[in-house]
Design a protein around this ligand. Structure first.
Ligand code: NAI
Length: 411
């Protein structure tokens, strides 16, 4: 791996490439910092990216741009990558790590959007809104109160009481619902929400079961035939988490058998890459089933939050070396100290690097005013605040170490 020379960074020289129409909130943040921003409305191909990425310090993408090993290697000056979205599968994270490039995303910026949709769907399922609306669209007037209920006093069972689950609990309680939750972690219930010790306890009580777990080996098909049978007769199931969590065929059977009274499904075991007229699921055409195309988190507010959150992460990385929230990198930060210069060094995690760095510090008679180091199996990341007189020399000497990957200094 070729080593990068040490660099210093006047803000006005920082160059940012933003692809895929990233929200204006990010542009505004970078402009305030004085960074130079170039933006492209769509995604670029691998070849186009390789040709352009070399002059940029930061790159921001959404889900359609693929940052392959070739692109990352062509990004000789890249300090960091912003994935202005939730997922990071489109980025070769391992290569980025090896090259000393932290990648940031925004996993929780659409929490509220999902929680609001869940609440609206609980009401919609209670009133068979999907069916009544479709009937009128088809020219049929079917006024009836049969099978329609208020949600007040009913019980929501939340599986996965994390960011989204706990928000759903707060909103549901505000509508007069009772809330029980089940999580593998010990969680602090909000308001009068109540944690239960097992899924069976939750199924015994819940009129609505809503899933907010991540995709893991344990959550794969966590709701199948047996779990659906354990739910109360007429209870509804909502899945706005991940498609792998529910056995869709078993759900279709339970709905046809009228054991399950309705369902709201936003995520599927297999989802199309782009918009298409040709999507099939066994749930189509079943009564009181609301089907949405993975839009739980898709709101303009969420896009604005993502722009702010990822933009801020990239600015904090550039200005202070902070890697908190990075998905592929040791996460450290250090409050800035006056009267110091800051050396930032990413190195291969091999024996002897730290003693080499300490040797340099002692040879240059540098006084360390603040230091933090963290490692993962491949790399170590060091932030070190030194007295101004010697920081530049220390930076140059550390950058020359054979194990150094990226080194820079902040004046
Ligand atoms: P989170 O990480 O804050 O919460 C997940 C919770 O699930 C944690 O408290 C965790 O302990 C718990 N959990 C993990 N395994 C479990 C198990 N086996 N049984 C019970 N609890 C378990 O995640 P967040 O942000 O609340 O997201 C939840 C889900 O929503 C994720 O799958 C995410 O991908 C999905 N999501 C869907 C969106 C959509 O557009 N439909 C948008 C945003 C997130």
């Amino acid at each position: 791996m070729s080593q990068q020379p040490p660099r210093a960074f006047p803000k006005g020289e920082i160059k940012v490439l933003l692809l895929e129409s990233i929200h204006a909130t990010a542009h505004e943040l970078f402009a305030t910092e004085g960074f130079q921003v170039e933006s492209v409305p769509g995604a670029l191909s691998e070849d186009e990216l390789c040709a352009r990425v070399g002059k940029f310090d930061l790159i921001g993408i959404r889900s359609k741009t693929r940052l392959t090993a070739r692109v990352l290697e062509a990004g000789k000056n890249l300090l960091g990558v912003g994935a202005f979205c939730i997922g990071t599968n489109q980025i070769d994270l391992e290569t980025a790590n090896r090259l000393g490039i932290p990648v940031f995303n925004s996993p929780f910026s659409n929490t509220r959007s999902v929680a609001e949709l869940v609440i609206s769907e609980i009401v919609a399922l209670s009133r068979h809104l999907g069916d009544r609306s479709r009937e009128i669209h088809e020219g049929k007037w079917r006024k009836t109160a049969a099978g329609s209920f208020e949600v007040r006093g009913k019980t929501v069972g939340i599986i996965g009481y994390g960011h989204i689950g706990s928000q759903v609990g707060v909103l549901a309680e505000n509508m007069g619902m009772r809330v029980v939750s089940y999580d593998i972690r010990t969680t602090l219930p909000m308001g009068n929400n109540r944690a239960v010790g097992s899924l069976d306890e939750l199924f015994d009580e819940a009129d609505f079961v809503t899933l907010h777990v991540p995709e893991t080996p344990e959550t794969r098909m966590m709701i199948g035939k047996a779990e659906l049978a354990a739910m109360k007769k007429g209870a509804c199931l909502l899945n706005l988490s991940r498609g792998s969590v529910v056995d869709i065929a078993a759900l279709a059977d339970a709905l046809k058998a009228k054991h399950i009274g309705g369902a709201a499904i936003d995520v599927y075991p297999e989802e199309p890459e782009g918009n298409t007229d040709d999507f099939k699921t066994p749930l189509q055409g079943l009564p009181n089933v609301i089907l949405t195309p993975h839009i739980g988190g898709s709101t303009l507010e969420a896009q604005a939050n993502i722009g702010r959150e990822v933009g801020t992460s990239l600015i904090r990385l550039t200005n202070a070396g902070a890697t908190t929230g990075a998905v592929n990198f040791p996460q450290i930060e250090l409050p800035p100290k006056r009267e110091t210069h800051r050396v930032l060094n990413v190195h291969k995690n091999v024996p002897g690097v730290l003693s080499d760095i300490n040797k340099i510090v002692s040879e240059k008679s540098a006084n360390i005013m603040g230091q933090v180091l963290s490692t993962d199996p491949n790399i170590g990341y060091l932030i070190m605040d030194l007295d101004k007189e010697v920081a530049g020399d220390v930076n140059t000497a550390i950058a020359a170490l054979p194990a150094s990957i990226k080194t820079r200094i902040l004046y």
